[in-house]
Write a protein of this length. Sequence first.
Length: 156
Amino acid sequence: MLMVDLRNTNARLTMREFLASGRRYASNPIAFASFASGLRFGPRILLDERWRLPGNASSRFAFFRVLMHEILPPNYDVRHLETLGGRFALSLKPVGDYTVIALNRRVVTLSGLPRDEKTGAAIADVTMRPDAFLALCNELIADLSEKTLKALGKSG
C-alpha cells in the first residue's frame, strides 16, 4: 500500500488502491468514489496554475480551498450530484470541511458541514485524510495528462 503524507506532495494513489484500502484513508471510500465519479475534467484543466498551490499548513491549505471552491464547481456534473441527493459533505481534518451542493442547476461548494437539526452535530458523508485526497488528485491529473498526450500523439 502506498504511504502518503502532506510532505510528499507528489504521492499518487489510484481509486482502485483507495477502494482496496478499506477505511484506512476515508470513513466511506465507496461514497467518496461515487462522488468522485461526477468530476468532468478536460485537458484544459491541465493548464490551470492553481494545481501548483501548496497543500501545507503554512499556506493555510491553499490547494484544498482553491480545489474545492474554485476548480471543482465548474468541473462537476450537477446531474450526478443530484443523483447523490443534491449534496456531498466532505471533512478533511485538519484542513477543512466542505459541503458541495446542487443549487439552481449549478454546483457550489460551501465551507463547513451540514448540521443535524436535533443535536447540532456536524454531519459528514465522508471523513478523509488530506494526504490521501492530495494523492488521489495527483493521480487524477497524471492520468489526464497521459490521456491528453496520447490523444495529441494520434492527432499529430
